[in-house]
Design a protein around this ligand. Structure first.
Ligand SMILES: Cc1cc2nc3c(=O)[nH]c(=O)nc-3n(C[C@H](O)[C@H](O)[C@H](O)COP(=O)(O)OP(=O)(O)OC[C@H]3O[C@@H](n4cnc5c(N)ncnc54)[C@H](O)[C@@H]3O)c2cc1C
Length: 403
């Protein structure tokens, strides 16, 4: 930035996308006011996979240094859920660091959130406003004004840009002209946590060792198992068909659909997955990535607010982190002002987001395949060396932000 006073950026939502945006703008010399409607800054859910394209940015922001309990798994292993046969092994660990120059990590969301929050809280350029909802915005001559609502009282906050990081059910998306609503994808995510040293954890260890990410594939569901908190806990995520109304992780839910889907698994795996109770469920909603994400007068959507995607490529948070960094770099460096930075943000990010969404759809198709398609998948995977399988991810994990 030049010698003029720092411009203020308003951020709505202190999830992974919002906190990364706050840090990315602050390290580029902006002042940041970040509003979170929840009274406490907390992450929902359990585990998250952080691929090198995301950890490269988090490392640059100092977040990895503050992240406790993360595990660098040795590999991602795909297994047939019925035969339990290994179909593919993508080396991670040291191999990921060497190939993509950043670690592949799995972490508890609460630990990631705490690390982001620790860095944001100690940055003098960032002010955090918990329990405050951005209820509306208006555009003014020199930027944007947000109506911040706390305890029934409303205040105006002014800035050069409002970054809407308010998630898949974004209320601020409507302020971008001809934006699109989120839609149900007909997929349910189920989650459970198992102590590694519990009977279920010990029985699961030979099938899904706690030093790797294991995905069990079957037509009715796939189940991903990975370690959290230094390997003391296993995170189980299953994706099945289904819909539920709740917009949050629901524990009081009938697990019948999950148990029926698990009948396609080998008995030993289905029994273990059942023993992992309680399961919580989350309906997956998505946002069409082709909708507009910005208003040139000073509004930009990032992360799920812009383009929520299914978790088949485990990239939603990584894309929110990439969005946040790219937007801050462009806003800081654009010689033609903010409107052109916002136009470039959409132009740069959209092709990549589309490609990641396509990758998720491809994973969905092949991981849940049956009959001849599953046979062909297994043949192709078994014919590929681990190095060739890793090379398939170079475009995704090897991505580097401009600037
Ligand atoms: C089952 C499952 C597994 C997944 N696994 C992975 C994975 O392994 N790797 C990966 O990269 N991604 C994964 N994802 C995707 C990832 O969780 C999301 O893409 C990511 O959390 C989105 O972050 P966000 O900051 O955009 O939104 P959110 O995390 O939804 O944050 C939005 C925040 O905004 C706040 N808010 C909302 N409205 C307002 C308002 N008006 N004013 C102020 N605050 C507001 C909310 O309270 C919330 O804190 C997974 C998703 C699911 C469902």
């Amino acid at each position: 930035m030049d010698g003029s006073p720092p411009r203020t950026i308003l951020v709505a939502g202190a999830g992974i996308g919002g906190l990364t945006a706050a840090l990315a703008f602050a390290v580029h010399g902006f002042r940041v006011e970040i509003f979170e409607r929840a009274e406490r800054f907390e992450a929902i859910g359990a585990g998250i996979q952080l691929s090198p394209n995301a950890t490269r940015i988090l490392r640059r922001l100092g977040v990895l240094d503050a992240l406790s309990g993360a595990v660098a798994p040795e590999a991602v292993v795909l297994r047939d859920g019925a035969s339990l046969k290994q179909l593919a092994r993508v080396p991670l660990g040291e191999a990921a660091e060497t190939r993509w120059e950043a670690p592949y990590l799995v972490a508890h969301r609460a630990d990631l959130h705490a690390a982001l929050l620790a860095r944001a809280s100690e940055h003098p350029g960032i002010r955090l406003h918990p329990g405050t909802t951005v209820a509306g915005i208006s555009f003014e001559n020199d930027g944007v004004a947000a109506t911040a609502e706390r305890d029934g009282r409303q205040e105006k906050a002014a800035g050069a840009l409002l970054v809407a990081a308010d998630g898949v059910w974004s209320g601020l998306r409507q302020f971008v002209k001809s934006s699109r609503d989120s839609r149900s994808t007909g997929t349910m995510a189920w989650r459970a946590l198992v102590e590694t040293e519990s009977p279920a954890g010990r029985a699961l260890a030979p099938l899904a060792p706690p030093d790797q990410v294991t995905a069990f594939l079957s037509p009715a569901l796939h189940l991903v198992v990975y370690p959290l908190r230094g390997g003391t806990v296993l995170n189980l995520v299953a994706l099945t068909k289904g819909e539920a109304g709740a917009g949050s992780w629901a524990s009081a839910i009938d697990t019948g659909p999950l148990e029926r889907a698990m009948r396609g698994f080998a008995l030993s795996l289905a029994n273990l997955a059942k023993a992992a109770k309680p399961w919580t469920a989350w309906p997956i909603h998505a946002v069409d990535p082709d909708g507009p994400w910005t208003d040139p007068r000073g509004l930009a959507l990032v992360g799920d607010a812009a383009h929520a995607m299914t978790p088949f490529a485990a990239q939603g948070a990584a894309m929110a982190i990439e969005d946040a960094w790219v937007l801050a770099v462009l806003a800081a460096g654009s010689p033609d002002g903010l409107p052109s930075a916002l136009a470039r943000y959409e132009a740069i990010r959209r092709p990549r987001i589309r490609r990641v969404v396509r990758r998720g759809a491809f994973n969905h198709f092949t991981w849940h395949a049956s009959g001849p398609v599953a046979l062909a998948r297994n043949l192709v995977l078994s014919a590929r060396s681990p190095g060739r399988l890793a090379a398939d991810f170079d475009w995704l994990y090897g991505w580097r932000p401009e600037g």
